[in-house]
Design a protein around this ligand. Structure first.
Ligand code: ATP
Length: 983
């Protein structure tokens, strides 16, 4: 049989050159002088099959297996052996191939070995497993040296059984059993460790469980209490907010009422005063008119007395009645003429007056109409301004346009610290730069300026704890603006269209200047696009450049442009508010002045109307009196005609001097009368106006008194509302503070929890009292114990589970060991029995007679029993094996070896000078006997003995032609003889 077909060696020990050994026969002898490298072939086979002990390979260190150099050849760095086996009988039962090559390589540098089966890289363990399958291991029968043969007989029974273990295939089980026992020990240790841990946890667990239960109860009570309290607080806050809203609405309404009432009162008081003043004036005028009137009446009286005196004087001189009558009629006619003339003059003056007054009235009416129109437009403007102002103020006071986080920070400013406000609140921007700067600063508008990084930490914790959004903070103590260097600034300032640096175009309180420097010092404002592009080039595209109309060039050249809809973002709210407030004051003043003017005009119009009416009356009266005079004159003329038969012609009348005097007086009286009428007319106008004024004044007085009463009650109401609002705000503040302090919640966050548990107030109160009592009763509570208990309990369960697994695996291991023991006993017993079956015959053949057998030293313990030998060479009785000669000992050992091979053939056996101690006859017998096994076993025999050489099928000679380097060649027996003789 040929099992090992080929050995290829290179770099292994003395195989410094690539060496190939082909085995074509089943019994190969290897001969050569001492030290020529014969045994290195055994070592190569063992090494390639995974041998790890360098001592077994006859070295001091692992490096010793690599060719270490000779006088002519340098040392090598690696060793490589390949063994090629015929596997057509499936000696390697796990490998499918008919030919199996096993390679091992070793590298000195890394001290690493590589293994290959049929060219594929495998692990050491894979090699060891396949070696075991064929029995090719160092402790096996496969490689037998002279030492082990002579030791066999002398060794202890327990050591001797190893050979049988090997033959029985028990070694494999033993190895597995050892592994199983190691695992068992490890598992047992593991189990002990687990039990220790479990005991320790079991000791802690009850206390922890108790604590955890207590903590859970506490949590339950606390959570319910929190939910109820939070929900009470939320409801309260909602109520307060609602109330505040209502109160504010009422306040606004009341404020409007109060201000309009105040305006009304002041207007009426002013009217009252104006009337009083004009009454006083009228009174003065009336008194002077009355004086004039009295004087005229007196004058008329005096004139009338003069006339009567003159007439009675004339009566004394008048002789003739007829004459007298005629003269009287003449006088009368003259008087009537004068009076008529006076009357007509008066009438024409009245008519002229009337026209004048009407014109004045029209003019005044027109003016008043225009003023009313003005007033209307002023009032409209005022309303518009007021509403814009209100919107701005409302926006200023609300945070609706802000990001959630920013809004929450500002709303809770009082509970946080160091919050200065948003950038938007703090800056003022010139209208001309508003668009440009809005473009530049837009993202920073809602940044919150904060005093210090410590304050920022508080705010961020607040946002995090309340899940209240996020915000960007600018802590004044931490901002490090980067400024443009002076040289570059100079260049920028000189460039076309440059307007200014962003941080210098915005106004801010000096203490916040660092904020502007931080946000805007690298922003350059330029008039228009082309100049912006130019500046960007000049500055190497290093800065942000914005144009007045809001186009922006970013560093490195990106351009953002177009038109921006940013109705929600307005810079300069406060500036606009101020502007609107100024405008409102201006319009208020205008309204007041115009309405005063209207009032003045109205009273002028009233006076004019009164005067016109009075003139109209006078005109009527004058016309009447003219008619009466004319009628009287006609009567006088008629009487004159009757008496004289002539027409009375005023033009031809002749008057005596006395008549003339009378006529003069009459005309004076008439003039005075006209004057008196005029004064009367004026007095009438004034009186009537005064009456009306008085009536209005009385009226105003009572209205003003009434309004004042109303005003004071409205003011009382307003101040009550004010204190109500303060109270509600206080309550809301307290409730919000309690939410924050006790539960770390903002109102919004609490609202989201939606714990609407409030039913009736008394129920809630009872529940709160109950929960507080329960919490007090619990005493000290360790909240961490809940998690701790959970963790410990989980750990406990894990360890208990692990223990179960370990117990299970221990049981499995014990079962497996039991099975293996059983198997080993069976197989061991079988091999002993089988060997005993053939040993006597083998022994007799080798010894030429006698008998031998093997026995258990302890038959009750097959697993551990030793093996003893009972030997009876022909004609001898042996009591002690040590008494046998060296050759006999070898023969005994070889008998046992061959017996084993008989019952348990193995594919390859290497015998290294095992027959050395035998005499020539025994060597011959030995060699011949081997021959009988070559059908089932391949032999490689290292030998110096001729008998053996002669019986080999082929011989390899080991020489060292080059010093220190083994060379192996197939040789003939004659050459072998020579080689051995050189020994
Ligand atoms: P003997 O008949 O005396 O048993 P042998 O032919 O069996 O001798 P080996 O033991 O096989 O001889 O070979 C030993 C030889 O191998 C020695 O000459 C030794 O110097 C050489 N040798 C061993 N290891 C190395 C190595 N790493 N490098 C070079 N030579 C080595």
């Amino acid at each position: 049989m040929i099992f090992l077909k080929k050995i290829e060696a290179f770099g292994f020990k003395s195989f410094a050159e690539p060496t190939t050994l082909n085995f074509d026969f089943s019994m190969t002898g290897i001969v050569g002088p001492n030290g020529s490298g014969k045994s290195n072939i055994n070592d190569a086979i063992m090494w390639a099959l995974g041998e790890q002990s360098y001592k077994s390979l006859r070295g001091d260190s692992i490096d010793d297996i690599v060719f270490s150099g000779s006088s002519e050849k340098k040392p090598l760095n690696m060793a490589e052996i390949t063994l090629v086996f015929d596997n057509s009988n499936k000696a390697f039962s796990s490998l499918e191939y008919n030919e199996v090559s096993i390679t091992r390589k070793f590298f000195k540098l890394t001290k690493e070995s590589e293994y290959y089966i049929n060219g594929s890289r495998v692990r050491l363990k894979d090699i060891q497993d396949v070696a075991l399958e064929t029995g090719l291991t160092k402790s096996s029968l496969a490689i037998i040296s002279q030492g082990s043969i002579s030791n066999f007989v002398e060794s202890k029974p327990e050591d001797r059984r190893r050979l049988f273990d090997e033959a029985a295939g028990v070694a494999r089980y033993k190895k597995r059993k050892e592994e199983a026992i190691r695992k068992l020990i490890r598992s047992q240790e593991n189990l002990d460790r687990l039990n220790d841990i479990i005991n320790e946890i079991e000791r802690k667990l009850p206390t922890l469980k108790k604590q955890s239960k207590k903590a859970e109860s506490y949590k339950e009570f606390f959570d319910e209490l929190k939910n109820i309290e939070v929900s009470v607080l939320v409801n309260d806050i909602k109520l307060y907010k609602q109330k505040i809203l209502e109160i504010n609405e009422q306040k606004t309404e009341l404020k409007l009422q109060i201000s309009s009432l105040e305006k009304q009162i002041s207007k009426r008081s002013e009217e009252f005063n104006t009337i009083a003043n004009s009454n006083y004036e009228k009174e003065k005028e009336l008194s002077s008119l009355n004086k004039g009137f009295t004087k005229i009446v007196e004058k008329i009286g005096e004139l009338k007395v003069s006339r009567i005196t003159l007439e009675s004087k004339k009566n004394k001189v008048d002789i003739d009645d007829k004459e007298f009558k005629i003269s009287d009629l003449k006088n009368k006619s003259k008087e009537l003429e004068i009076r008529l003339e006076a009357e007509e003059q008066k009438l024409s003056k009245l008519l002229k007056d009337k026209v004048e007054k009407r014109e004045k009235l029209d003019e005044a009416s027109e003016k008043r109409f225009k003023l009313n129109q003005d007033l209307d437009s002023i009032r409209k403007q005022l309303a518009k301004t007021e509403s814009s102002l209100e919107t701005l103020l409302a926006r200023k006071n609300s945070f609706d346009n802000l990001f959630e986080g920013v809004k929450n920070i500002l709303e809770n400013r009082s509970t946080l610290s160091g919050i200065m406000g948003t950038v938007q609140e703090l800056i003022t921007v010139n209208k001309n730069y508003e668009v440009a700067l809005l473009t530049a600063i837009q993202n920073g508008l809602q940044n919150i300026v904060v005093k210090s990084t410590t304050d920022v930490k508080l705010s961020i914790d607040f946002l995090k704890n309340n899940k209240a959004g996020y915000a960007t903070f600018l802590p004044l103590d931490n901002l490090k603006p980067s400024f443009i260097n002076n040289e570059t600034r100079f260049i920028i300032q000189k460039s076309k269209g440059f307007i200014g640096f962003g941080n210098e175009l915005v106004k801010i309180d000096k203490k916040y200047q660092v904020v502007l420097d931080y946000l805007l010092s690298n922003y350059l404002v330029v008039d228009e696009y082309e100049n912006a592009i130019e500046l960007s080039k000049i500055t190497n595209q290093k800065f942000n450049i914005v144009t007045l109309d809001g186009q922006r060039i970013l560093p490195h050249g990106a351009i953002i442009g177009g038109s921006r809809k940013s109705k929600n973002v307005v810079l300069n709210d406060s500036v606009q508010i101020q502007e609107y407030e100024n405008r409102k004051i201006e319009l208020d003043e205008k309204e007041l002045a115009t309405s005063k003017e209207v009032e003045v005009l109205s009273s002028t119009i009233e006076v004019l109307r009164e005067e016109i009416a009075e003139i109209q009356t006078s005109i009527g009266a004058s016309r009447n009196s003219s008619q009466l005079i004319e009628k009287e004159a006609t009567e006088v003329k008629d009487e004159f005609r009757i008496i004289t038969g002539k027409e009375l012609d005023g033009g031809q009348q002749e008057f005596q001097s006395i008549d003339e005097q009378i006529i003069k007086i009459i005309s004076q009286i008439s003039a005075q009368e006209t004057l008196k009428d005029e004064i009367q007319q004026q007095i009438n106008v004034i009186r009537s106006l005064k009456d009306k004024s008085n009536e209005r004044q009385n009226n105003l007085n009572s209205i003003i008194n009434e309004d004042r009463g109303l005003l004071s009650s409205l003011k009382d109401k307003y101040s009550n509302l004010n204190s109500d609002a303060t109270l509600m705000q206080e309550k809301q503040g307290n409730a919000t503070a309690r939410l924050a302090q006790n539960y770390n919640l903002t109102f919004e966050a609490a609202l989201e929890l939606n714990t609407n548990l409030v039913e009736t107030e008394s129920e809630v109160r009872d529940r709160i009292n109950y929960l507080r009592k329960e919490i007090n009763l619990l005493g000290n509570v360790n909240l961490d114990s809940i998690d701790e208990y959970q963790e410990e309990n989980d750990r406990y369960q894990t360890y208990v589970d692990q223990t179960q697994d370990v117990i299970e695996s221990i049981k499995n291991l014990k079962d497996a060991i039991g099975d293996m023991d059983q198997q080993m006993i069976i197989q061991f017993k079988k091999i002993i029995k089988d060997v005993n079956g053939v040993l006597p015959d083998t022994f007799a053949t080798l010894f030429g007679g006698g008998t031998a057998s093997i026995i258990y030293t302890n038959p009750d313990d097959i697993l551990n029993t030793g093996i003893d030998l009972k030997i009876a060479p022909p004609g001898k009785k042996i009591a002690n094996l040590n008494l046998l000669s060296g050759g006999e000992k070898s023969m005994v050992a070889l008998s046992v070896l061959f017996s084993i091979l008989k019952v348990k053939p193995i594919p390859l056996v290497i015998l290294d000078e095992v027959e050395a101690p035998l005499d020539i006859a025994n060597v011959e017998r030995f060699a011949k006997y081997i021959k009988t096994f070559t059908k089932s076993t391949q032999f490689m025999i290292v030998t110096h003995r001729m008998g053996t050489m002669e019986n080999c099928d082929t011989l390899f000679g080991a020489t060292m032609e080059q010093k220190g380097i083994t060379k192996l060649v197939q040789i003939k027996l004659i050459e072998a003889k020579k080689l051995s003789n050189t020994n």
